[in-house]
Design a protein around this ligand. Structure first.
Ligand SMILES: C[S@@+](CC[C@H](N)C(=O)[O-])C[C@H]1O[C@@H](n2cnc3c(N)ncnc32)[C@H](O)[C@@H]1O
Length: 299
């Protein structure tokens, strides 16, 4: 179990004296972030794998992969690294782009995710998956033309170490695309705003850094990346559309927050049921920002 001292260590390790971003309602992201976020965050096990297999097929997530691919602009023959590859949807799509002369290597710390990714890409000789941590990648120096890391760093406590590893893996002039969510940008309609606030606070515990995009650009520059750019992308819906991100994540939120931060199981169910009711009445509203960061290893 991480101690407060571990947490202080992580905070000191962040570039330019940047603190871990505060969680909702906190003045700074100190001990609570350490004691809750890193201990209780999402377990990427078989159950989460089943949830992600469904979530990653919805329209908004397909659109997100399209945005990532367009930012990365992979060319035939390129060697691509997919850090935190999850169930392998993006690796499979990148494989189509690099073609038979290129290659895709996926790395993930979760055996359950790696099993899904391997099944998805079965029979494709130039796509391989390896177990490894984002902070210690099992790949050679300068061995990739480009790397992607989509919605992964927000789960990794030591952001600077993971960014240094991405940099190390790229050849000079290689490109990186990092995508994360600022969960504090979520604006979500409810007739019970106090309950909504508690649910979102509890949901913040599902990851290490609920607002990582706020510090990602300087962190990338400190890791050595140059020409760092940020592209914000809204994910919003005023319809109860099952293909929209806000609707699709309701079951995962409801099950995760149950029993956390004072949200009881009944309250979590009531929260989800209110969203269904708002949807039926045509009153559903969800909006949030996700961020794509691009950078290059100097030539
Ligand atoms: C939200 S999923 C994103 C999956 C994939 N990048 C995508 O967008 O389709 C996060 C993934 O990051 C992986 N992950 C979390 N922490 C990690 C770490 N320290 N090192 C490697 N992978 C990690 C999880 O196992 C999970 O597969």
């Amino acid at each position: 179990m991480p101690t407060s001292a571990d947490c202080q260590e992580t905070m000191r390790a962040l570039p330019g004296g940047l603190p871990i971003t505060p969680r909702r309602g906190e003045v700074c992201g100190g001990e609570r972030a350490c004691q809750t976020g890193r201990v209780t965050q999402t377990a990427f096990d078989e159950e989460t794998g089943r949830q992600l297999e469904a979530l990653y097929r919805i329209g908004d997530v397909v659109r997100r992969r399209g945005l990532v691919r367009s930012s990365l602009a992979a060319a035939p023959g390129e060697r691509i690294l997919d850090v935190g590859c999850g169930p392998g949807f993006l690796s499979a799509e990148l494989h189509q782009e690099v073609g038979p002369a290129g290659s895709v290597v996926g790395v993930d710390s979760s055996p359950a995710m790696l099993a899904l990714a391997a099944r998805r890409c079965q029979g494709r000789k130039n796509v391989t998956f390896h177990k490894g941590d984002a902070t210690s990648l099992p790949v050679a120096d300068a061995s990739f033309d480009a790397a992607v890391c989509v919605q992964v760093l927000e789960y990794v406590a030591d952001t600077p170490a993971a960014l240094r590893e991405l940099y190390r893996a790229l050849r000079p002039g290689g490109r990186v695309v990092v995508w994360d969510i600022d969960w504090a940008t979520v604006s979500w309609h409810s007739m019970d705003p106090a309950r909504m606030a508690r649910v979102l606070e509890a949901w913040d515990e599902h990851l290490a850094h609920p607002s990582l995009p706020r510090v990602l650009a300087p962190a990338m520059r400190s890791a050595g990346f140059q020409d760092v750019r940020m592209e914000p992308h809204p994910f919003a819906s005023a319809r109860f559309d099952p293909g929209s991100y806000g609707v699709a994540i309701i079951p995962a939120i409801s099950s995760f927050v149950s029993g956390r931060r004072g949200v009881s199981g009944d309250e979590a169910k009531a929260w989800a049921s209110e969203q269904n009711n708002l949807g039926e009445r045509g009153e559903f509203y969800f909006a949030s920002l996700q961020f794509c960061f691009l950078g290059e290893r100097s030539s």
